[in-house]
Write a protein that binds this ligand. Structure first.
Ligand SMILES: Cc1cc2nc3c(=O)[nH]c(=O)nc-3n(C[C@H](O)[C@H](O)[C@H](O)COP(=O)(O)OP(=O)(O)OC[C@H]3O[C@@H](n4cnc5c(N)ncnc54)[C@H](O)[C@@H]3O)c2cc1C
Length: 378
């Protein structure tokens, strides 16, 4: 086999790896190679709920979401093709006990440039008459939010990256990262050594498997998360806003074909799941519990019919926030992982930051120093 050399190798062709490849390839002149053990988007991206909003408490994650929104809204012009973005509007609803926290979140987001505002119960009721509002204090409204098709988004990013010169090797497993005298020199794969001075690990819940032999693991845990789809009753066929309900700890959004997709706000267990072998089906008890929570907010959902559901895993970092930056002590090694359930919404800006970190030494799209690994290993 001939010698393979790249300027940057990205491990993982999920939404994050493909976004990084797209942004790096746009710079021209860099040999960008994406190495993926399965097919494109075969990891957690294909299982994603793909809800896109900026309502995050962590200011850097919120900034990444704000910077990502124009990509989803103008995908055809910026990336090319269609990512299936559908604008639905999004509300977070909170009871009195959490009202000041939600108000503060909205105020912070407004300073970061997000288009969001507080709604009173009456305003929410006017906007979405099917909503039960007597048990909430207020809502945070984000009109530009929505959802996309995670596989289409990944495929179109990869297609554009290829047009711009990036190479993809699917069905190729990175077994280890080669480091000599504290700097990356290549990756060992099932097709042999690939030489490079820069590696970006965008391997979702598999990330620590590559970091552990380098004594650089982050302690990213794979935790089960589930989503279920319901066929809406006739009175809700026109659709509804996307909701994150802090009173029931559930979220739901409209999906294509008159469906509503729903899930719980937190991963379903604290125990670790094996991302290579977990039960992808969801239990009837989970579906019944979820439907109950939906019905709490939109009573007409009591008449919805469950159609299908699936499980995936979140790559939970130790503090539940994104890990993005260089690996300390190893020149040329970068990580974009540990998204803890929000990696789809922020992927366009994460990819831009990765390309800036690798090529310029510093992220400019959003300053991401607060998301670095050194917060766990000072
Ligand atoms: C059920 C569920 C619902 C979700 N809902 C939302 C949501 O509504 N909004 C949101 O923003 N986010 C959501 N997320 C989170 C979001 O989907 C993820 O954060 C995002 O898809 C992560 O993308 P990724 O590219 O980092 O990881 P992945 O898509 O997992 O990609 C990693 C890739 O790396 C490959 N890989 C791993 N190890 C190796 C190796 N050694 N060699 C080669 N290849 C390797 C894997 O095969 C995989 O394809 C959800 C996640 C789940 C599971």
């Amino acid at each position: 086999m001939s010698r393979i050399i790249a300027d940057v190798i990205i491990v993982g062709a999920g939404i994050v790896g493909c976004s990084a490849a797209f942004h790096l390839a746009r710079r021209k002149g860099l040999r960008v190679l994406v190495v993926e053990k399965g097919p494109l988007a075969s990891g957690m991206t294909k299982r994603s709920g793909a809800l896109i909003r900026a309502q995050y408490a962590h200011p850097t994650e919120a900034r990444l979401a704000v910077a990502s929104a124009p990509f989803f809204q103008n995908w055809k012009e910026i990336v090319g093709g269609n990512c299936g973005f559908t604008q639905t509007g999004f509300v977070v609803v909170a009871a009195e006990a959490d009202a000041s926290r939600l108000r503060a979140q909205v105020a912070q987001l407004q300073t970061l440039g997000a288009n969001t505002r507080v709604l009173s119960r009456g305003e929410l009721r006017d906007l979405q008459p099917a909503t039960r509002v007597d048990d909430i204090a207020l809502a945070a409204y984000e009109p530009g939010a929505g959802f996309a098709d995670p596989v289409l988004a990944t495929q179109t990013l990869a297609a554009r990256a290829k047009e711009l010169g990036a190479t993809f090797r699917t069905g190729t497993m990175v077994k280890s990262i080669r480091v000599d005298f504290g700097r990356v020199v290549g990756v060992d794969t099932n097709i042999g050594l690939i030489e490079t001075l820069n590696v970006v690990i965008a391997a979702g819940p598999w990330t620590d498997r590559l970091l552990k032999p380098l004594q650089a693991e982050i302690d990213i845990r794979a935790q089960r998360a589930e989503v279920a789809f319901f066929d809406r009753p006739a009175e809700l066929k026109a659709g509804h806003l996307a909701f994150e309900d802090w009173t029931t700890d559930a979220h739901f959004r409209p999906h294509t074909f008159g469906l509503t997709m729903a899930g719980l706000n937190a991963p379903q267990s604290n125990g670790e799941t094996n991302p290579d072998s977990f039960d992808e089906s969801i239990a009837p008890s989970y579906v019944a519990d979820l439907q109950q929570r939906l019905t709490t907010r939109i009573p007409a959902m009591a008449h919805a019919r469950y159609t299908r559901g699936h499980a995936g895993v979140y790559d939970m970092s130790p503090d539940g926030h994104t890990v993005l930056g260089r690996v300390p002590g190893i020149t040329g090694l970068f990580v974009a992982a540990g998204f803890s359930g929000i990696g789809f919404a922020i992927a366009p800006a994460v990819g831009a930051c990765v390309s800036e970190l690798v090529a310029d030494g510093e992220a400019r799209t959003v300053s991401v120093s607060a998301l670095g690994i050194t917060r766990f290993k000072p």
